[in-house]
Design a protein around this ligand. Sequence first.
Ligand SMILES: [Zn+2]
Length: 396
Amino acid sequence: MRLLLPLTLLLAAPAAAQEVSDADRLRHEQMLVLDTHLDTPSLFERPGWDFGDWHDYGWDLSQVDLPRMAAGGLDGGFFVIYTAQGELTPAGYSKARDGALMRGLAIQRVIAVNRDRIELAYTAADAARIHKAGKRIAYQSIENSYPLGGDLTLLSTFYRMGVRMAGPVHSKNNQFADSTTDKARWNGLSPLGKAWVAEMNRLGIIVDGSHSSDAAFDQLVALSKTPIILSHSGPKAMFDHPRNIDDARMRTLAKAGGVMQMNSLFLIAHDTSPERDAIEKRQEKWLDSSPAERRQLVADKTALDAKRAYTEADFETFMKSMLHAIAVMGVDHVGLGADWDGGGGLKGFDDIVGLPRITARLRKEGFSDADIEKIWSGNVLRLLRQAESHAAKQSR
Ligand SMILES: [Zn+2]
């Protein structure tokens, strides 16, 4: 978009700048701001892509890096170890396990290389300490527990690497749970999935219900000894999509002390055309593409976006979703998990640089700074503290 339409960008810039006053920006800077679903580790193995450098979405389709975190006032978040769902076989499990461990190692390497600017966080208290030291905060999470195979002891290994949040399943059913985008096999959690919840609680890892079927979500809330999170989800009241949840379940989640982190995806219908599919398939092969193929991909994607936008969802759509969640659940149960580098983003809001707009808008809506900071980090850190203190009461 930026490549072909620089004029639009120039014209839009003053209006966007007006939305965030200096006072709003200062407040945003002073708050501890976390996002609970950063898929950026999927870029950590890209040759030539350096988390420490500024990138432009219009050039490489990435949305998060250290300079942009600074520009958008994003203090940190949960960096995701994501695994695509594969075969439920011994061979499938070991391939997934190796992939997840390597992704975890890539996170360790990238944080170590940038140790003067970002630090791994292991406890809820680490966030304030690291923030005070002037560094960004890297928690870790698992999206799809498929790589554990049938071996729940692997959770301890990931815990020791720093994982403090995990979801059982992604877009297809697996050995632990039914996915919300697949046909019911277990009617919620499998027996192994129920044992997974107990092990998560024992270790002190936050249970993440995003991508779980409604039945699995209900069972996660009922079984978990500490409140669960939806790390990147949306309200069904916005758009009837399986990845969104209904108001009744949102109330159940809040009643159980849980938190829903607002997604930027599935807020309205998006482009599911074969042309879009083809572009996404090419994007998945980024690592194996030549520089010329990558340039062609970005050009083709830009042309398709100009012809038919992936989504018409913009900042206002997102705020409507967030304000709905706050109205239903209250400020103690809402946060941000916009799925950056995992398909997230809005029209005119391509990357994390625009985050101060959310603070500005919430202030305009009349929320106190204390409430806004709960949304930005207080709520998820409360969940982590609860997971920690529950684990501490048990033997390791
Ligand atoms: Zn996801």
